[in-house]
Ligand binder design. Structure first.
Ligand code: 13P
Length: 251
């Protein structure tokens, strides 16, 4: 049985004081998640990671939104895995569509990052998803197949067992146009079939999330799909009441 996972991706939102104010209100929500055997997490900006991590219960996953694949060097503006580990951060989102769009994040670069994270016993949340044009052209599965196979190249079945995948159709992110639960299930199942082909039975243990305009009002339908194991939520994870309601609505 795969454990449900609810992750908030804060993107470029919240000052340090705002992030800390949120962190200090999480005890009750975390206790609820633990009681119902649901993994709960947030991904603040780099600047807030250390303070947020130090001010939340250890049961809340605190994840980075990105990381560089090299340990150190001349990479201005980047953050490395040893830097994250030093502040006890052991999760990172990789390949979010906003990074693919604005920061030239390629499948090959994602693959290097995923390998580096796994070699350091960290958990990547690998994001895949098609653009509106690709969706309208009927190319969704072709795009997802390429992103999964290239992003997860050169990894063994043993290495991918803790990996998390997030299917986020780009046309649904921040637009209010969430995908239907039929689309979410169809693509998450398609992803699981690729994982089965690449890695065998471990595909049944890998968690696959849906993301894109997930709100308290619509989250339940996704979690009712057999191949959707949780949600990656942007806007609706920023407010503590709405974050709590997301959790309550999947219990
Ligand atoms: P929204 O929930 O704001 O659409 O963002 C989704 C997302 O990109 C999460 O990573």
């Amino acid at each position: 049985m795969r454990k449900k996972l609810l992750m908030g991706n804060w993107k470029m939102n919240k000052t340090l004081s705002e992030a800390l104010s949120f962190a200090k209100q999480t005890d009750e929500i975390i206790a609820l998640a633990v009681k119902h055997n649901i993994d709960l997490g947030i991904a603040p900006t780099y600047l807030c990671l250390k303070d947020v991590k130090e001010n939340v219960n250890e049961n809340l996953i605190v994840s980075s939104q990105n990381v560089h694949f090299e340990d150190h060097g001349a990479f201005t503006g980047e953050i490395s895995i040893p830097m994250l580990k030093d502040i006890n951060i052991d999760w990172s989102i990789i390949g979010h569509s906003e990074r693919r769009t604005y920061d030239n994040e390629t499948d090959e670069k994602c693959n290097k990052k995923i390998i580096a994270l796994i070699q350091n016993n960290m958990t990547p949340i690998y994001c895949v998803g098609e653009t509106l044009t690709q969706f309208e052209n009927g190319d969704t599965k072709k795009v997802i197949d390429t992103q999964i196979r290239n992003g997860l190249a050169n990894l063994s079945s043993e290495q991918v067992k803790n990996l998390v995948i997030a299917y986020e159709p780009v046309w649904s992110i921040g637009t209010g146009k969430n995908a239907s639960k039929e689309i979410a299930q169809d693509i998450c199942k398609f992803i699981r079939d690729i994982l089965l082909d690449m890695f065998g039975e471990v595909s049944q243990d890998i968690r696959i999330l849906y993301g894109g305009s997930v709100k308290p009002e619509n989250i339940k339908q996704y979690l009712s799909c057999p191949d959707v194991d949780g949600a990656l939520v942007g806007g609706a994870s920023l407010n503590i009441d709405s974050y709590k309601q997301l959790l309550i609505n999947i219990i």
